[in-house]
Design a protein around this ligand. Structure first.
Ligand SMILES: Cc1cc2nc3c(=O)[nH]c(=O)nc-3n(C[C@H](O)[C@H](O)[C@H](O)COP(=O)(O)OP(=O)(O)OC[C@H]3O[C@@H](n4cnc5c(N)ncnc54)[C@H](O)[C@@H]3O)c2cc1C
Length: 475
């Protein structure tokens, strides 16, 4: 019997403080897949939930207000679906009630395995995996959806009753294809994911970070040189020795005072890439990157801001000790250290995939956006210190699949960009400072539109004969 109760205020808000469901009446709390069937049948029998009134939630990290909005009256909250194990047909399975950190602990500690999923601990598997699920191991092991062998999902077709089915390569294959990247909430209520051959866990994670002070980046040309250096690193796709590295360029707004570059590196014991020789190889490579970047702009001896995903606050917990060694963690410790989601606050995100480095137009627009401070109300400058364009290295194993293998067609991109702007204030739950919010929203929209102006204001591959941009992330 599925548990059902009136909503409490905690049920009404997403991770992003912008998203709130003021008209939420009740919440279904299934603890088994059959409860999900029952909950959905109850919604239909009582004619509740039409026209977007019923929503599904997992980890609540949706970038947009798909779940928490004024239309929502009923939520099926999948938090209580928590089982994992091994199935002889489809392999290792895990239920959607878990988040990333639970998944990493279970897969690593119980099986010695892992998935190339996202870094932030609190992101839920329900929405995350069906959206693609990429993270620090994706250059080495592809997207998480590339490893999914089956999905259990409750669907409802025509006017028939909801039913629990399995989608795999042999059962409901079209649905199986769609669920490996088609995004949350589009096809039914997923209850369980299966993986036949997840990668073995690394033993060790290494990291290093270096920082440039914004005051030394005095022109768009200088920023362009740094971006060119990072794009050149991302362009090296054929050298498999580098696939276990994940570089992130945090192009922070000037108000943050610094720009940071971080490398997260993993050993691969199953391929013999481990131990002191491997460490020496990594150190050589990262040291060369340091020198190369240091020739463009002076490296700072101060910690730099790390305000995107993963969120660290600043570089101190990921920078090497600065004595010619990298920072070293056990794999589990490294995953935990890099799993920050950042404070709960207001935020807006945009994204873009890129197949090639930045054009001069893009660099100009980025420089202009990252050095401009919106002014609202009575000449009040906004605090932009939590705003950035985060540039993740991408591709490698991800690009081993063809564009039509899954609903995620970006299989030749070398970088994935996440534009982010955050703000906070002491408004009561469900409220925001509208001027402050609008200032941030206008800023990020303006930046994004300007960067992709020649393609129509967004990274539209159909308007790009040069093949530089490749669409954006949806989920
Ligand atoms: C701080 C932060 C960090 C992130 N980091 C990463 C990252 O490193 N890598 C990455 O790939 N993505 C990342 N994301 C994006 C994230 O994967 C998506 O936003 C994802 O949809 C969140 O899933 P959720 O279950 O937490 O969210 P929810 O808000 O609960 O759900 C998101 C969407 O999925 C639907 N959904 C939820 N559960 C189910 C289910 N069981 N069946 C069907 N539909 C369901 C919801 O209805 C909604 O439409 C991040 C997002 C945030 C906010």
């Amino acid at each position: 019997m599925v548990f059902y109760r009136n909503s409490i205020i905690s049920d009404q808000q997403g991770f992003n403080r912008r998203w709130y469901a003021p008209n939420l009446e009740a919440v279904y709390l299934p603890t088994h897949a059959t409860d999900v069937v029952e909950a959905w049948a109850d919604v239909i029998a009582n004619k509740k939930g039409s026209g977007g009134e019923l929503q599904i939630t997992g980890g609540r990290h949706c970038y947009e207000n798909f779940v928490y909005n004024p239309k929502t009256k009923f939520i099926i909250d999948t938090t209580g679906l928590r089982d994992y194990g091994y199935d002889s047909r489809y392999g290792y399975y895990i239920d959607v009630g878990y988040g990333n950190w639970d998944m990493y602990r279970i897969f690593n500690n119980v099986y010695g395995l892992t998935l190339p999923a996202g870094s932030c601990y609190s992101v839920g598997l329900g929405g995350h995996l069906t959206g693609g699920g990429y993270g620090l191991l994706s250059r080495l092991h592809g997207l998480t959806v590339d490893h999914i062998t089956a999905v259990d999902i409750v669907i409802q077709q025509d006017s028939s009753a909801p039913e629990l089915i399995t989608a795999s390569a042999s059962e409901n294959p079209d649905l199986y294809w769609a669920l490996r990247g088609g995004g949350g909430g589009n096809f039914g209520i997923i209850t369980r994911y299966y993986f036949s051959d997840p990668p073995r866990s690394p033993a060790t994670m290494y990291s290093d970070a270096f920082t440039f002070e914004w005051r030394t980046i005095t022109s768009a040309e200088r920023l362009g040189e740094l971006l060119e250096g990072f794009s050149a690193y991302c362009s090296i796709q054929n050298d498999q020795e580098l696939w276990s590295q994940f570089g992130i360029f945090h192009a922070n707004h000037q108000a943050a005072k610094s720009i940071s570059v971080i490398f997260y590196c993993f050993d691969v014991p199953s391929e013999g890439k481990t131990g002191s020789d491997y460490e020496a190889f990594l150190l050589d490579h990262i040291s060369a990157m340091r020198r190369q970047f240091g020739d463009i702009a002076p490296l700072s001896d101060q910690p730099g801001n790390v305000i995107g995903h993963p969120w660290h606050g600043d570089t101190r917990s990921v920078a090497g000790p600065g004595d010619g060694t990298l920072r070293q963690y056990t794999y589990l410790e490294g995953v935990q250290n890099a799993n920050g989601s950042g404070p709960n606050r207001f935020g807006k995100y945009k994204s873009a995939y890129m197949n090639k480095g930045f054009t001069p137009d893009m660099v100009e627009a980025l420089y202009a956006g990252l050095t401009s401070t919106p002014v609202v109300g009575n000449h009040v400058p906004l605090d932009m210190s939590q705003s950035l364009c985060q540039i993740d290295s991408y591709g490698c194993a991800i690009n081993e699949l063809t564009a039509d293998a899954t609903p995620i067609p970006q299989r030749s991109s070398i970088m994935k960009l996440q534009y982010q702007t955050y703000w906070d204030n002491a408004s009561p739950v469900g409220c925001d400072n509208q001027e402050q919010a609008q200032g941030h929203l206008d800023w990020i929209k303006g930046l994004y539109t300007d960067v992709y102006a020649v393609y129509g204001g967004y990274p539209n591959p159909y308007e790009d004969s040069s093949g530089t941009v490749d669409g954006c992330y949806y989920n």
